[in-house]
Design a protein around this ligand. Structure first.
Ligand SMILES: O=C[C@H](O)[C@H](O)COP(=O)(O)O
Ligand SMILES: C=C(OP(=O)(O)O)C(=O)O
Length: 357
């Protein structure tokens, strides 16, 4: 008998419903589709410089409690209306967390946060959450980590990140080339820009690769290429990269690759040493650059939730603090309001010049 050579480290392969089955359970509504499309259109107009505003990707590091997430989305909807003349606001709805080594990998992978890994439940509840957010009129941003996941919920997303740990991955570049949203490529965790810049370039071209179709069958996906790739500066290698010199170096790297000079500054992660109290300082600095005439920064990212900080995931989940992150530390809701309303004041004086430029 031939010796077994495959799946030696696989302990189980469970059936997963197809993308179309999950979509049947949680169908896209007309109102949600309007939110998604309007969200994408505004982002594209900003990237094309038809709209002089900035976009703001703001929300929790990860969604772990849909109730607190919807509470946050409702508040953000009202705040977004107050600042809409300056900012196009998109909520961070991150369900897939890339970990440096180990840790909870997000709501889709383990929705009950108890290592039961009910991915089918996570996918359906995740999709339902995105639908609720879209029906509130709030466009959503996410990190695309699993290359199959966009088939399950990509129709509810307006902005996508390719993270610092995956910007160099061919799989992620191929996936990005077919996504229907603008895609922000992050600089690498060591702070270098090459992987992000090459990622934008690669994703702008057509690709053919293995994937899943709507029925969950193995398929060859052929893409057109995504012309709305841009660079997200998140700091790294022990130093931030939101300062004027770093932004100028990023502009030069994009120009050298003959790519549009579109940059988003992530106020969190290594730009604030993961200390949430520093995020407002980063934001203020970026707004200062914009007031001084910077045209390459088209958006900012903020990690924010209802409560400031982070908490470890307790064994007894009833001990979780409501509205507080279980991954990276966030700024509080009050700080989020101050950050956006303060930046709105700066934009008021700057927008006429940006419009005229
Ligand atoms: O934004 C999230 C985290 O920075 C990223 O997922 C890595 O987290 P970790 O270093 O805690 O694993
Ligand atoms: C993981 C994230 O960011 P980065 O890829 O920059 O670490 C994130 O924004 O959640």
């Amino acid at each position: 008998m031939t010796a077994r050579t495959e799946n030696l480290n696989v302990v189980g392969i469970d059936q997963m419903p197809s993308p179309s089955e999950i979509k049947k359970r949680v169908p896209l509504s007309e109102r949600a589709a309007e939110t998604v499309l309007a969200g994408r259109r505004a982002l594209m107009d900003i990237l094309d410089r038809k709209d002089p505003r900035l976009f703001v990707i703001v929300g929790p590091c990860s969604i772990h409690d849909p109730e607190a997430g919807v509470d946050y989305a409702r508040r953000l909807r009202q705040l977004a209306d107050k600042v809409k003349d300056s900012f196009h606001v998109v909520m961070r709805v991150y369900f897939e967390k890339p970990r440096t080594s180990t840790g909870w990998k997000g709501f889709i992978n383990d929705p009950r946060m108890d290592d039961s890994f009910r991915i089918e439940e996570g996918m359906e509840r995740g999709r339902r959450f995105l639908l609720d957010v879209a029906e509130l009129g709030m466009p959503a941003a996410t990190e695309a980590l699993d290359p199959i996941a966009p088939q399950y919920y990509g129709d509810l997303i307006s902005w996508t990140a390719i993270g610092a740990r995956t910007a160099e991955s061919q799989t992620h570049r191929e996936m990005a080339s077919g996504l229907s949203t603008p895609v922000g490529f992050k600089n690498s965790t060591d702070g270098s820009l090459e992987a992000g810049v090459n990622g934008i370039l690669s994703a702008s071209r057509p690709h053919s690769f293995l994937g899943l179709n709507e029925r969950g069958e193995s398929a060859i996906i052929r893409t057109r290429g995504n012309s709305y790739g841009h660079l997200v500066l998140r700091g790294g290698g022990g130093r931030p990269n939101y300062d004027t010199v770093s932004v100028s170096l990023a502009e030069q790297a994009l120009a050298k690759a003959k790519l549009p000079g579109n940059i988003v500054v992530d106020c969190s992660h290594s730009n604030s040493w993961k200390k949430p109290e520093l995020q407002p300082l980063v934001m203020r600095d970026v707004m200062h650059q914009i007031r001084e005439g910077n045209r390459s920064v088209v958006g900012v990212m903020i990690e924010s939730f209802l409560e400031a900080g982070t908490q470890p995931i307790p064994t007894d989940l009833s001990q979780l603090r409501y509205g507080c992150s279980v991954t990276d530390a966030c700024v509080s809701w009050e700080t989020t309001e101050e950050m956006l309303l303060g930046a709105h004041e700066v934009m008021r004086g700057t927008l006429p010049k940006r419009r005229a430029a």
